[in-house]
Design a protein around this ligand. Structure first.
Ligand SMILES: [Zn+2]
Length: 122
């Protein structure tokens, strides 16, 4: 199991006991190392936010800034849902609803569970 470094630019400045490492007389606060990191890069939310505050705008510009409104159209507004009040053996428990037209259609449990099943156009 390999440890990864938290990418938070200020991680080492947060003076928690788990960051204090080294031999007596030469202890330092150190960047956290973890096998599991938030978004695979950060030890916690604060470190993620530090990074984003410093580099977020550069990252958005690098990967492509949204410059026009995106549209969720009627053809792609089908959202799956279920009614928890309906008993599990009732065929009306699962449904998909078009959030624009408000049309609602029943789903089988298999259709509900199938992540590839949708009425949305691709
Ligand atoms: Zn961190």
């Amino acid at each position: 199991m390999s440890l990864k470094y938290c990418q938070g630019p200020e991680c080492h400045t947060y003076t928690t006991q788990d960051r204090l490492k080294g031999m007596k007389g030469s202890k330092t606060f150190q960047t956290r190392r973890r096998s599991n990191l938030l978004f695979d890069e950060f030890c916690d939310r604060r470190c993620f936010e530090d990074w984003f505050r410093k580099y977020g705008t550069q990252a958005v510009n690098h990967f492509g800034r949204l410059k026009e409104v995106k549209h969720l159209t009627e053809q792609n507004a089908w959202i799956k849902n279920y009614d928890w009040r309906v008993s599990t053996d009732d065929s009306h428990r699962y449904f998909t609803r078009n959030e624009i037209t408000k049309e609602q259609r029943p789903l089988t449990e298999a259709q509900y569970d199938d992540t590839n099943y949708t009425l949305n156009e691709r």
